[in-house]
Design a protein around this ligand. Structure first.
Ligand SMILES: *[C@@H]1O[C@H](CO)[C@@H](O)[C@H](O)[C@H]1NC(C)=O
Ligand SMILES: *[C@@H]1O[C@H](CO)[C@@H](O)[C@H](O)[C@H]1NC(C)=O
Length: 174
């Protein structure tokens, strides 16, 4: 009887130190940066699948798929702020009756302390909401095992061109 109980307890005891070591080594990181979506002009960083002009199949761009390689900068000004990386991936017009995007992108750090690491972000972006929250679903390099969330706030939107600058705050456990 006692031996059977020990057999049950031993694996738990053996596993406990490893688990606590992992959680005690975990870091919380906050990163603030600016995401620039340039949808027009010779240096556009966002192109619709197919490469043509953005065709709004509806008022909400439902059904449109955009591939992005958007610059990420430390400050809000694309021309003068330090470039820290790129947001590479896609966003999809996923709302039939509202301007709601499905974001699916990697933040690829190319300068500073996170150079060479990436953070994977996926989530719903209702672009006219003041704050949009998306999931941080993973990462590489310094962000292995990452989980957390991102909050996006529109900093500037040019209604004529559609170009946008968005402030992103990432809250990451890794
Ligand atoms: C496009 O990029 C090139 C190279 O960086 C630059 O010389 C040019 O001024 C840019 N054009 C515009 C319209 O921003
Ligand atoms: C980022 O890392 C790459 C690869 O190690 C290196 O070539 C590059 O110079 C670094 N960039 C900056 C701005 O530190």
């Amino acid at each position: 009887m006692a031996a059977a109980v020990l057999l049950l307890v031993l694996p738990i005891l053996a596993a406990a130190p490893a688990a606590s070591a992992t959680s005690s080594g975990e870091k919380d990181t906050h990163i603030k940066l600016y995401w620039h979506d340039v949808v027009t002009g010779p240096n556009r960083t966002a192109v619709p699948v197919g490469g043509g002009a953005v065709t709004n199949t509806s008022r909400t761009a439902f059904g449109t798929v955009i591939v992005i390689d958007d610059p990420l900068t430390e400050g809000p000004d694309l021309k003068s702020s330090k470039l820290v990386g790129r947001a590479q991936g896609t966003y999809i017009g996923a709302g039939k009756s509202e301007a709601s995007l499905m974001m699916n992108m990697n933040f690829v750090f190319q300068a500073g302390r996170y150079n060479g690491s990436t953070v994977a972000i996926m989530g719903r972006n209702a672009v006219f909401d003041a704050v949009r929250e998306m999931a941080v679903v993973g990462g590489t390099g310094m962000f292995r095992w990452a989980r957390g969330y991102a909050q996006a706030r529109t900093h500037a939107l040019d209604l004529k061109t559609g170009d946008a600058t968005v402030e992103y705050n990432l809250y990451i456990k890794h």
